[in-house]
Design a protein around this ligand. Sequence first.
Ligand code: ATP
Ligand code: MG
Length: 1075
Amino acid sequence: MAKKSSYLDNMVGVGDMVLLDPLTDESLLSNLKKRFNNNDIYTYIGSVVISINPYMMLPIYSLEKINAYRSCNLYELSPHIYAIADEAYRSLRDRDKDQCVLITGESGSGKTEASKLVMSYIAAVCGKGAEVNQVKEQLLQSNPVLEAFGNAKTVRNDNSSRFGKYMDIEFDFKGDPLGGVVSNYLLEKSRVVKRLKGERNFHIFYQLLAGGSPDLLKHLKVLPDCNHYTYLNTDTTTLNGVNDATNFTAIKTAMEVIGFSNAEVDSIMETVAVVLKLGNITLKSEFQTTGMERCYIDDTKVLSEICSLIGLNQSILNQALCSRTVEAKGDKVMTTLSVAQGNYARDALAKNLYDRLFNWLVNRINESIQVKGKIQKKVMGVLDIYGFEILEDNNFEQFVINYCNEKLQQIFIELTLKEEQEEYVREGIEWTQIKYFDNAIICDLIENSKKGILAMLDEECLRPGPVTEFTFLKKLNQVFSSHQHFESKETMNSKFITDTTLTDSCFRVQHYAGRVTYNVTEFLDKNNDLLYRDLSKAMWQAKHKLIKSLFSEGNPSKTLLKRPPTAGSQFKTSVGILMKNLLVKNPNYIRCIKPNDTKSPNKFVDELVQSQVWYLGLMENVRVRRAGYAYRHPYKPCLQRYKMLCKQTWPNWKGNDRDGVRALLTELNIPLEEYAFGQTKIFIKNPRTLFDLEDRRRIQMEFLATLIQKTYRGWKCRTHFLLMKKSQIVISARFRGYNQQKKYKRLKQATIVLQACTRGWKVRKTQRDLREEKRRAEAATIIAAYWHGYQVRKRNRKYFKSNASKTIRNFIMSSIIQKYFLGLKKTLPSMSPTDKKWPALPYRFLENTHQQLKMIFYLWKCKKYREGISNQRKMELEEKLYASELFKDKKASYASSVPQPFKGQYLDAQRKAKYQKLANGIEGKLLMMDTAMKINRKDGKHSPRILMMTNNYFALADAKSAQIKTLIKMNEIKSISMSECKDGLFALHIVENSSVGVKGDLLLNSDHLVELTTKLHRSILDTTQQRINLEIQDELSLKFNKTTVSVKFVKTTGKNGNIPVCKKKNSHLLEVQVP
Ligand SMILES: Nc1ncnc2c1ncn2[C@@H]1O[C@H](COP(=O)(O)OP(=O)(O)OP(=O)(O)O)[C@@H](O)[C@H]1O
Ligand SMILES: [Mg+2]
């Protein structure tokens, strides 16, 4: 086992003053001093820690230190605040006992620092995890925020708590923090408007001005200069070694961590700015016509800034600050205020506003850190309340602060001195009483509900008629004329006559910690804590949500029936609740001592420390501790807790609990002087014995836990094994079944395949045999047939003719030819002579026949066609044939003339008498009558003519007069010529020596050139039996009046259609443009 260390090793003085020898005031003080000079600021009295403020940073709060004190017993390491924090935390976690850490001492003795050390230690040692860390952070970060708003520099402490704080930290069963609740006690709000010389207002004002961003300050319309503000305008605005600007940033971050929204932070800063600005409202005085004084705000700039910040009509606040509504016999009357009253009202508003803001802030922090939902919780309370104060001028605030400290001292006395001694007597333990000062008498002097100072103050405040501080003091003098702890000028006996500190307006209380003289001026006002309703009404009308909510009583729909409780009675009630709360918890004490009044390190002022040692009752504490027992426990839970350490008591003790504990302690060989048996409890002298018991218990518990674990693990493994075994059987059964099934299926499948193969093979074999048999039978039949044939042929050979084969062949041929003709008959093509189709050749040997038949059929088809046409048609076709011979492949217009029938008569001679007459005038059968153009050979111009042709004559007549102009006999025409183009121009070359031939050749144009020239050529052949020349070429030569004229054809894309355009180029050349 590792060697246990002890704080006794290398100890300077004694770490626990129980060990002091001899025990005197001097030895106690010198022990504290010796240790303090060695920077050992912590000393024990049993489990109470005495802490002396070192006023410097000591290297004893590191993480290593925290780890060292973690889960260590109180006496293992040198005294430290961490040891008591650890003890409290472990009692809470392991013994399920709610704890409270009571930190007491006078102002500046280090209470707040101690409370922060306790909280940070607990935060470091308790559970971890994202959620837990967030809770811890929120709890820790609530400190700087509350300190900024509730702490201030005083003459005794640069960071003096000006409010009382009690924080319940709530844990779950594992000891992980769940959240917390902060309770605050009476903020010293008078500081907002008034302070002693050398003191500061609350930190936040300075922090805002120093650290607020330019934008924020601009928005709040505040200047970063403390001297500009009446409420801050004192000789001290800065703190040594403290940077307000940095702290402001830290507070904003802390607020963010706690969960304040940006809008909330802005609202808070706006409210702080409003408080500051209120101080700058200056009131001036004027006299009304009635002769009454009236105050008014001369410069309304600040007022308008306030109103614009909080969204309020300026006139409402102006009126509320300068006047007051008084109700007299049911009527409301507005009265003006004097400057003094106005200033009082303004300051009251500023104080109230700040105080309410502070309360709101605490509630808001609680909202964030409170545990949501109903969970069973263990609670550790940390109390850091303002320390005992003795100032030059003590007022109402000091009175209540000191009252609170008096109550805490009472708790200390109750639990450590009085209750302890009473318990020894009650339990029948041998005990010699130790004297101590019981401050119950002072508490009663203050809080007695009928005759206490607070009760009388309330009575005076509520009493109708003229009441002043002096009537109050008079009353006190009467009631406490003979009270040991109350003094005043009137009750003074002769020994105080020379005491000038006790004036007419003062009374003095002999507190446990010293005599304090209180000045009664403002006691009534401060206790009343009145704010004119006009002001709360005005503030309620503001649009600023936060401020409006702070003054809910200003809502006109709310009628205040009851007077609000006075500040004194409120404080008394909350202190009462606090005390009740503390009494149900296991207390852990940290008693703080201030070594000097100058906040200097390494300075130990004997007198100052001695007085604190006296009034804190440390000496009595040591004495009780030395004579008494460190630990007591009722028998039953004690036996329950340690029964595992002894074989007789484990697992169950059959006899009574007291005997059980006795058997246990005897078996553990604990010396008899270390314990005593009370009526109901066992008392253990030395904490070391208890810690020894605890250590043994821890080891035994570990052993038992291992045993339980072992048994449980064995049981679990066995159960698991059995289950596995059972499962294994099921699995293997299933698996085997499955395997067999698979094997069977495979066998079955294989059998089927084998069967199929065998059957197939058998069938194929049978089939093969059958086929063989069949083939044999067929072969036998064929052989038989051949044999029979041979036999028959042999037998009938003598009957065969020599040309039998020819006959057979002819027969076959004829049948094929028959089939061919019949097939041809069915597939004959149509009767159209143009249809040249012919069925395909079915037999190659009939190829010639097939071609001939095709020819015959075609000729026959043509014959049939010819026989079918009329004479008229025949003549027409003959004419067409004649035309073909003349023009085919020579003249371009021929192709278009082929489908046109040769009508001959284009002018209807039957109908028009004119044409009739003209026709009759010419001899012979009329072959053609048409219009034509005669081309004038001189100029190439056209002139229309009627053209007529009989088998004897060719005539041209004037188109209008129908007079014959030219009449030519057929035999007078020598030749005809024309171009190869599509035009209708032609020349008739006339025999020169004829009657018409004198004039020369004729140049004509006809739309029916092919028909005309065909008919003309044929007629000439018929009449003269001569084939005249038909010249088709691109250049013609004409005779005209003995001169030869050349006609040249030029191809154009003519605009005149088929009508040629003749242009005479010169006397020998005529150019004709043809299409
Ligand atoms: N353990 C410590 N180590 C170093 N300095 C300390 C310690 N305790 C206190 N101080 C110093 O003493 C100053 C005053 O301490 P603290 O504010 O805790 O006093 P307090 O008892 O809370 O006073 P008040 O009753 O006025 O609030 C601290 O600001 C710090 O400078
Ligand atoms: Mg403090």
